[in-house]
Write a protein that binds this ligand. Structure first.
Ligand code: FES
Length: 110
């Protein structure tokens, strides 16, 4: 698992980007949705944009570049221009710290 930080490091409605290391090595975005932590691949599947820099509304993040929206629970895009889901990752809160268990592949995350 990868350490994200303390819960207060990710305020409600906000997100942080962490480096996944190993595996795909892709960065991961961790969101706080009303106190619930949700993690997805940070890079939009349309082009190279950071979803941690996007706008969060409810359980959805809107890509800052071309406004595709992704469901933070499923990783599914709600419409164009993105067509491919982002991976979702399990978030674990233990001993007062937030961790991400990185999914091995898109299939494993589905
Ligand atoms: S880069 Fe995200 S919608 Fe285009």
């Amino acid at each position: 698992m990868i350490l994200v930080g303390r819960p207060e490091d990710v305020p409600p409605g906000d997100a942080v980007r962490i480096e996944a290391g190993g595996g795909s090595g892709l960065p991961i975005a961790v969101f706080n949705v009303d106190g619930e932590f949700l993690a997805i691949d940070d890079t939009c599947t349309h082009q190279d944009a950071s979803l941690a820099d996007g706008w969060v509304e409810g359980c959805t993040v809107e890509c800052p570049l071309h406004a595709a929206c992704f469901d933070l629970r499923t990783g599914m895009p709600s419409g164009p221009p993105a067509k491919t889901p982002v991976r979702t990752h399990e978030v674990v809160v233990a001993d007062g710290l937030v961790y991400v268990r990185v999914a091995e592949s898109v299939e494993a995350a589905a």
